[in-house]
Design a protein around this ligand. Structure first.
Ligand code: IPM
Ligand code: MG
Length: 364
């Protein structure tokens, strides 16, 4: 079949890791007889440099015209890059938030599992790491604090900054449905995470989740507070199946999950709307410190490409092939620096492009 993929390499390590995911997709195309047509667009800091804004209308249109979008990462280092001297709405991150909103990508999936080979890279206690975990984070992506009214003003001679956290019932309902549907295909448990002991938005969140749960009799719904969840993820991550939460809590908890899974370089993500269209990106950032050195871990981006095949193109077999190749490469002892354990014998350190080659070779 023929598919159109718009790529957004972005900033920092973005271009390097997207190149590897594209290499793997091209290999999948050859092996399974699909035609992937790629078109590259700018977003983030590179778009500011080229056009003076982080996201142009043309980039939005080219994303809309594709069947799916594959992204690397955007942004630089605050304090070091001139991008952060611009007003907030002109900075790289504003481009990503606007793109998610413009494309209606309200449902963000971040699967974190501990590969048996990476148990040593897991910072948790050995007996906990030994048990492993496989958590699917469902993060609401176009509402809440990141999209609320905000301003900074001077009141009584001092600066006052305000951000607002708003959720509409319909926004909570649609993400709840997604969480329950995903849980039905997994271990049938949803942990809805909120701060209902303090926040009104969380109390509404909890109420709507309870209402929606009624339609999914075979799925268990649990409620948990975000502070306690942050702790439980470290104490006993194996208790979780699907974790569903609002935008900011999901942003924070998903980085924590990435760390316990060994590295941010291993965590893929899918951002979906109601239909099959989606944007796929690694959960990690642009890592400007290591950009251009060919040492970044491309696996999160490659695994994001697998999610793209599964969720947007309905190519499950092809997605499995990529995921199996990743497991195999890890089992064979190949590592990038972030997941390298210097004390473990028999491991081989690979560059970014060599890791991409290894995965591509294993797609058969
Ligand atoms: C992420 C990132 C973004 C977010 C930033 C870059 C706006 O941290 O995808 O998790 O907060 O959503
Ligand atoms: Mg984040």
């Amino acid at each position: 079949m023929n598919f159109k993929i718009t790529t957004i390499p972005g900033d920092g390590i973005g271009p390097e890791i997207v190149a590897e995911a594209r290499k793997v997709l091209e290999r999948v195309g050859e092996v399974y007889g699909h035609e992937f047509a790629f078109e590259e667009v700018l977003m983030g800091g590179c778009s500011i440099d080229a056009y003076g804004e982080p996201l142009t209308d043309e980039t939005i249109e080219k994303c809309k015209a594709a069947d799916a979008v594959l992204m690397g990462s955007i942004g630089g280092k605050v304090g070091q890059s001139s991008w952060y001297e611009l007003p907030p709405e002109k900075r790289p991150e504003a481009g990503l938030l606007k793109l998610r909103k413009s494309l209606g990508l309200f449902c963000n999936l971040r699967p974190a599992k501990l590969y048996p080979e990476l148990k040593k890279a897991c910072p948790l206690k050995e007996d906990i790491a030994e048990q492993g975990f496989d958590v699917m984070m469902v993060r609401e992506l176009t509402g809440g604090l990141y999209f609320g009214y905000r301003k900074t003003e001077t009141v009584d001679g001092e600066e006052v900054a305000t951000d607002t956290l708003t959720y509409r019932e319909s926004e909570i309902r649609r993400i709840a449905k997604k969480a329950f549907e995903i849980a039905e295909k997994r271990n049938r448990k949803v942990t809805s995470v909120d701060k209902a002991n303090v926040l009104d938005s969380s109390r509404l969140w909890r109420k709507i989740f309870a209402e929606e749960a009624k339609a999914y009799e075979n799925v268990t719904l649990e409620n948990a507070l975000v502070d306690s969840t942050a702790m439980q993820l470290i104490r006993n991550p194996g208790q979780f199946d699907v974790v569903a939460t609002e935008n900011m809590f999901g942003d924070i908890l998903s980085d924590e999950m990435a760390e316990i899974a060994g590295s941010l370089g291993m965590l893929p993500s899918a951002s979906l709307r109601e239909d099959s269209f989606g944007l796929y990106e690694p959960s990690g950032g642009s890592a400007p410190d290591i950009a251009g050195q060919n040492i970044a871990n491309p696996l999160a981006t490659i695994l994001s490409a697998a999610m793209l095949l599964r969720y947007s193109f309905n190519l499950g077999k092809e997605a499995d092939a990529i995921e199996n190749a990743v497991s195999e490469v890890l089992a064979q002892g190949f590592r990038t620096g972030d997941i390298m354990d210097k004390e473990e014998k028999g491991l081989t350190l690979l560059h970014t492009d060599e890791m991409g080659d290894k995965i591509a070779e294993l797609i058969k």
